[in-house]
Write a protein that binds this ligand. Structure first.
Ligand SMILES: Nc1nc2c(c(=O)[nH]1)N(C=O)[C@@H](CNc1ccc(C(=O)N[C@@H](CCC(=O)O)C(=O)O)cc1)CN2
Ligand SMILES: Nc1ncnc2c1ncn2[C@@H]1O[C@H](COP(=O)(O)OP(=O)(O)OP(=O)(O)O)[C@@H](O)[C@H]1O
Length: 223
């Protein structure tokens, strides 16, 4: 006869740790340095590949793409009167949206350029429009000679790559993320780039802040 009151013993109990809340199990936020190191390396390679690819595209094709992007961005922003729109001084094959900046001014808006103050700090935006003087900033990027800081209503952020969540792959300085994290009244953030920059994911990290949309020559991707 079996003694039901006797303590039972088990040979090898299964491990159910995977079913336990990670916080309770003491596994909350384990530093995943390997993963970030992998992502960083992957991003460096993707940046290099995408920049080389876009520089290999004939200038006239890039110009035509930039015109399509500019028209879509303008339609998306809508009425620019009295609004401040930041764009950028193009380099490394970025779509040239300087004609769009002129059009914005023509329609009663004001335009600005991003300015690197120091590596590791947020960007500043300084008023600038065609014809005004420029000087060389960090990395030799032209910036407004006269320092007139402003807070844009719309930020057009050039992308090297982007994904369906509207996460941005830039040049690797983390400037736009840092800038948006530091701003109180978040501007409308419009990514601008070529559709060839579309990636299935950029492996977004905690510091990556999504844009509201990405405009390419093929159309608009929204979050
Ligand atoms: N036209 C344009 N202007 C812009 C930006 C942009 O993306 N496009 N920026 C948007 O943020 C800021 C500049 N950002 C930059 C960030 C990194 C590098 C760069 O050359 N980085 C090094 C490696 C960086 C690192 O890993 O630490 C390199 O590529 O060699 C250049 C510009 C402000 N102005
Ligand atoms: N808000 C933040 N505070 C501190 N560090 C940040 C912040 N945002 C980004 N960074 C750092 O910036 C570095 C580069 O980030 P990331 O690879 O996302 O650059 P990126 O968006 O491609 O560059 P950029 O905006 O200059 O074109 C990372 O090491 C990241 O930790």
């Amino acid at each position: 006869m079996v003694d039901d009151d006797a303590p039972r013993s088990f040979a090898s109990p299964a491990c159910f740790l995977h079913e336990v809340d990670p916080v309770y199990a003491g596994l909350a936020n384990p530093p995943d340095l390997t993963a970030w190191a992998d992502v960083k390396l992957w991003r460096t390679n993707e940046r290099r590949r995408l920049i080389a690819e876009r520089l290999a595209v004939p200038a006239e094709v890039r110009i035509a793409a930039a015109e399509s992007i500019a028209a879509l961005v303008l339609a998306e922003i809508g009425n620019v009167e009295g609004r401040i729109v930041s764009a950028y001084w193009p380099f490394r094959g970025e779509p040239d949206l300087r004609p769009l900046m002129q059009e914005i001014v023509r329609q009663g808006g004001r335009t600005a350029l991003p300015v690197v103050i120091e590596k590791g700090l947020p960007l500043e935006f300084h008023f600038w429009k065609a014809g005004q003087a420029l000087s060389r900033g960090v990395w030799g990027i032209p910036v407004p000679a006269e320092k007139r800081p402003c807070i844009p209503d719309v930020v057009i952020a050039p992308v090297v790559g982007y994904d369906h969540g509207c996460y941005r792959l830039g040049y690797g300085g983390g400037f736009f993320d840092r800038t948006l994290a530091a701003t109180q009244a978040r501007p409308q953030v419009v990514g601008a780039g070529y559709s060839a920059g579309r990636l299935s994911t950029i492996y977004p990290q905690k510091h990556d802040l999504p844009m509201d949309m990405v405009v390419t020559e093929s159309g608009i991707a929204r979050r």
